[in-house]
Design a protein around this ligand. Structure first.
Ligand code: SF4
Length: 512
């Protein structure tokens, strides 16, 4: 077979790529837009989502791709939903199963522990992220393990495990492609299902050229995927230990269930002799028969596909191997005690609320400054640090679309609104915003005042100088122009066209 300059079946050294899936051409983008960076972490100071979102909005190629890619997932999800007449019944069942489990969590956790031990696994309990990291390090040290391969796990991100273990001399390799890209770029995941969705393939090409030595400027997806596979597979085969998360854990059987599309959880669990599972205590389901409800909802909600390519059940260590399960609280039982927010523990991390959220799609997941972004992030991030994430509940239009798509029926937009009230009551809202909101409250609560203000505003918008309208006080006007005001508002139209008729009809009704 002859080799041409553009044949992506060959690497830059002319060596044939063994697993090339296609012969698509390398794409050398002429002009590259720099990837916008996420929120700036200023310690305990509030994350400025709006500031990071502004940077994302200023990168039109990234913005367009991100918005369209995620909206595509939302549309595919809708298609799957319409194909299942029992969709709403499944959502109600999922919600009921989760609520039952969460309100009997102690019983089911003990049942899970007993079953897992009976299966031959070792069970550990971690009250917070630090303890989780120390337990994992202890297990690795007990086995003299220096290299760890792991599949995608939001929980380990939440605990800051990768940085902790790296500092302790452990070499970690992510086996999920998106998560591996993020690891190589030393960046957090921006989405719970598609961690590098905020990156264009030109960004990935740059990361791989810098870290894996791929041909600079070649952003052909097959070439990049092949290069990543060829460099990562040896690390997987030689690893001392493997780690997975768990999408679900079953109390009845002590089983850990993972759902992936790349089979990377299976590689992580089955290749080395030591398998560590890191899982949040809210992932419990009472019995195996409940699993089907969630498996039918998860991938349909997440990616608009009927099922993930791999749904793997890990019940016991393989012969000659060990399985350790770390059950992590890290604020979950405290959240369970919050009357307005406990149902956020029903989340199965499908990402549907992110895909549908207009703010998320146009600001990117890294703008939220923590592991969880989008609507579910707005609800659970403040439970980790109310002050630091005090701005997040305001990054929503409260349109309720997140609630509508959530497979476990979490009332997300109501919880976001409830957080706003908490932030206002605990003085976490900036003075300027609070003052404006209080003034708006007075006007909106008084019909006469409201009509007078509207009439004045209509005229003022035409005559005020631009600097007065687009000032620091008008955050809305930072990214867009105020629309032209209509010639007349609804009240004026009603008074002219309908008020007389309505009065006549009312009088007629009274006489008869
Ligand atoms: S809150 Fe609901 S929609 Fe959002 S990730 Fe969790 S389960 Fe999915």
């Amino acid at each position: 077979m002859s080799m041409t300059d553009n044949d992506s079946s060959f690497d830059q050294n002319g060596k044939r790529l063994e697993n090339a899936e296609a012969t698509s051409r390398p794409i050398h983008a002429k002009q590259r837009e720099a990837q916008p960076k996420g929120a700036i972490d200023r310690g305990n100071k509030p994350i400025d989502h709006a500031e990071a979102a502004k940077r994302f909005l200023a990168a039109p190629e990234h913005l367009k791709f991100h918005d369209e890619r995620l909206w595509d997932l939302r549309q595919k999800r809708d298609k799957q939903m319409h194909g299942l007449p029992e969709w709403e019944e499944l959502r109600s069942l999922a919600s009921a199963i989760k609520e039952h489990t969460l309100t009997h969590l102690d019983t089911y956790l003990e049942q899970f522990e007993a079953a897992a031990i009976a299966n031959g696994a070792t069970v550990h309990w971690a009250k917070d992220g630090d303890e989780h990291n120390r337990i994992v390090l202890g297990i690795l040290r007990d086995h003299n393990a220096k290299t760890l391969i792991k599949s995608k796990s939001m929980l380990t991100e939440e605990c800051g495990m990768r940085h902790f273990l790296t500092d302790q001399g452990i070499t970690i390799t992510e086996t999920d492609l998106g998560e591996r890209i993020q690891q190589l770029d030393n960046e957090a995941p921006s989405h719970v299902v598609v961690p590098s969705v905020h990156k264009l393939r030109s960004d990935i090409s740059d990361v791989f050229a810098r870290t894996l030595g791929t041909e600079p400027g070649n952003d052909d997806p097959h070439y990049l995927a092949e290069s990543q596979r060829m460099t990562t597979r040896p690390l997987i085969l030689e690893a001392d230990a493997g780690m997975t998360g768990g999408n679900f854990i079953i109390a009845e059987t002590g089983t850990v269930v993972t759902c992936t599309n790349e089979g990377n959880a299976d590689l992580s669990a089955n290749t080395p002799k030591l398998h560590i599972v890191s899982v949040g205590i809210e992932k419990l389901l009472p019995r195996v028969e409940h699993l089907g409800v969630f498996i039918r909802l998860l991938s349909r909600s997440a990616l608009g596909s009927p099922i993930t390519q791999y749904t793997s059940h890990f019940r016991a260590p393989r012969r000659g191997a060990e399985m350790h399960i770390v059950l992590v609280d890290n604020g979950r039982s405290a959240r369970l005690a919050l009357p307005e927010f406990w149902t956020s523990l029903k989340c199965i991390r499908c990402g549907a609320c992110m895909n549908t959220c207009p703010v998320y799609r146009r600001s990117g997941g890294l703008s939220y400054g923590f592991t969880y972004s989008g609507p579910i992030g707005l609800v659970i991030d403040p439970t980790f640090n109310k002050h630091k994430f005090s701005n997040l509940p305001f990054a929503s239009t409260l349109n309720g679309s997140c609630t509508n798509v959530c497979p476990t029926k979490i009332n997300l937009h109501e919880q976001i609104y409830a957080w706003r009230k908490v932030m206002a009551d605990t003085h976490e809202v900036p003075f300027a915003k609070k003052t404006v909101m209080q003034a708006a409250g007075v006007v909106l609560g008084n019909p006469k005042l409201y009509r007078a203000a509207i009439a004045t505003a209509d005229k003022a918008l035409f005559s005020l100088p631009r600097f007065a309208l687009y000032s620091r006080m008008n955050a809305w006007g930072k990214g867009r122009e105020n629309p032209a005001t209509p010639g007349q508002n609804f009240h004026v139209w009603w008074a002219k066209n309908r008020a007389a008729k309505a009065a006549t009809a009312k009088n007629g009704a009274v006489k008869s």
